[in-house]
Design a protein around this ligand. Structure first.
Ligand SMILES: CC(=O)N[C@H]1[C@@H](OP(=O)(O)OP(=O)(O)OC[C@H]2O[C@@H](n3ccc(=O)[nH]c3=O)[C@H](O)[C@@H]2O)O[C@H](CO)[C@@H](O)[C@@H]1O
Ligand SMILES: C=C(OP(=O)(O)O)C(=O)O
Length: 417
């Protein structure tokens, strides 16, 4: 196991290239098993979750390879089982359910269960697939699904679910007839999945709005597709620039997909200017606490909540954060307090008293974005911070320490004792 060791206090200056999006790549990799010929994906980040997905695709009967941001998938004779050992390390595995049912009429996928940030149910995925004609039973922790060819249906989600919308979108692409998904999630990663499926021959419209229409087709062909860049990685490095009073140019960056994050950081006093190559982000340290509520897109993303909390710790005044997506996504607050932050938690709300003089400490990462917030705090803190259990970070940030080191951070990856 590795930890990141950070000597805080360096001002970040230079250029950071943003990688492809994890949360777009994972469903697109799963969707690739529905194509009859080779899929080539570009701008795919070299992350642990990507390698886990490729391993899952191999178990499902596909041939796959990855090299320098490019993944190739060739679906063969499919095997309809996603084993628990893989699903428990990567929740996105549950996204093979829709594609397997659509392609094979059979699927046996381990139930992902909860994780550190919350219970993360999949009832909306299953209910929608049932409306399309699938039947499910639970067998030793596995969801076992069967169907004849799925049929189009009118599905109204109880709440906008990103994974649920993705699973249903993939299933509907190969179903018989029209499917309408209402109260669908509008996240850019869903738009990217729909664009990929359309490039394979699917007939999807309305993606990016809350009503998505899918005219099912009989088959999909492979294609070459460039995955969108990672809006959460970009937001994280925006905070890195601000928290160190630095100036960083982010390239290969998403644009309007970052609007809510850019607006909130600007409200705090971070200077963010669009340039032809991306976003230039800087701060002279004159930052103000703000009020943040996490919401489905286009609201402020839950995946940026931990990072903006780190920045609010060192801003002037008091800010508040309300987390409405996950019931237990404040684990980083307790670790930030160990570094001198002044955060009070009450249920789904946090009050962050700013002006903290952060001091380095050994801290424990509990989940992906919590880990990122501890790294950000460590970049700012006086002295040494050791962020332990960074396997969480490796799921979602490509060579984070190398990217930060290249812009002036004193950070290294070391073996834990
Ligand atoms: C809306 C939202 O911000 N979704 C985030 C969620 O996606 P992810 O796909 O993991 O989660 P969902 O979008 O499905 O969950 C949204 C909400 O719906 C609930 N729910 C979901 C499915 C279901 O069948 N039943 C149910 O009740 C969840 O408990 C949650 O409160 O985590 C990802 C990783 O952090 C983020 O990238 C997504 O932006
Ligand atoms: C929690 C996250 O991912 P996952 O849904 O893969 O756990 C995330 O991207 O912040």
């Amino acid at each position: 196991m590795y930890k990141l060791v950070i000597e805080g206090g360096s001002r970040l200056e230079g250029e950071i290239r943003i990688s492809g999006s994890k949360n777009a790549s994972l469903p697109i990799l799963m969707a690739s098993i529905m194509a009859d010929s080779d899929v080539i994906l570009e701008n795919v980040p070299g992350l642990k979750d990507i390698h886990t997905s490729l391993k899952l695709l191999t178990l499902l009967g596909c041939k796959s390879g990855y090299s320098e941001g490019s993944a190739r998938i060739q679906a063969g004779e499919l095997v309809p089982e996603a084993p628990y050992d893989l699903v428990r390390t990567m929740r996105a595995s549950v996204l093979c359910l829709g594609p397997l049912l659509a392609r094979l009429g059979r699927a046996k996928v381990a139930l992902p269960g909860g994780c550190a940030i919350g219970s993360r149910p999949v009832d909306q995925h299953l209910r929608g697939l049932e409306q399309m004609g699938a039947g499910f039973e639970l067998d030793s922790g596995y969801i076992v699904g069967k169907c004849k060819r799925l049929s189009g249906a009118h599905i109204i989600f109880d709440l906008p679910t990103v994974g649920g919308t993705e699973n249903l979108l993939m299933a509907a692409a190969l179903a018989k007839g029209e499917t309408v998904l209402e109260n669908a999630a509008r996240e850019p990663e869903i738009t990217d999945l729909a664009e990929f499926l359309n490039a394979c021959g699917a007939r999807i419209s309305g993606h990016g709005t809350s009503v998505i229409r899918v005219q099912g087709v009989d088959s999909l062909e492979g294609c070459t597709y460039r995955v969108m860049s990672d809006r959460i990685e970009a937001g994280t490095y925006m905070v890195a620039a601000a928290i160190t009073h630095g100036e960083v140019l982010l390239t290969n960056c998403p644009d309007k997909e970052l609007d809510a994050v850019v607006a909130k950081l600007q409200e705090m006093g971070v200077v963010i200017s669009p340039e032809p190559e991306g976003f230039r982000v800087s701060s002279n340290g004159d930052l103000q606490g703000v009020d943040v509520v996490t919401l489905p897109y286009p609201g402020f993303p839950t995946d940026m909540q931990a990072q903006i909390m780190a920045l609010m710790c060192v801003a002037a005044g008091t800010g508040t954060i309300k987390e409405t997506i996950f019931e237990n996504r404040f684990l980083h607050a307790l670790e930030l307090n160990r570094m001198g932050a002044r955060i009070k938690l009450s249920g789904q709300s946090a009050v962050v008293r700013g002006g903290a003089d952060l001091v380095g400490a050994p801290v424990m990462a509990s989940d992906l974005r919590a880990s990122a917030s501890l790294v950000l705090a460590g970049l700012r803190a006086r002295g040494k911070t050791e962020v332990q259990r960074i396997y969480h970070l490796d799921r979602g940030y490509e060579v984070m320490e190398k990217k930060l080191e290249a812009v002036g951070a004193k950070i290294s990856r070391q073996k834990e004792n």
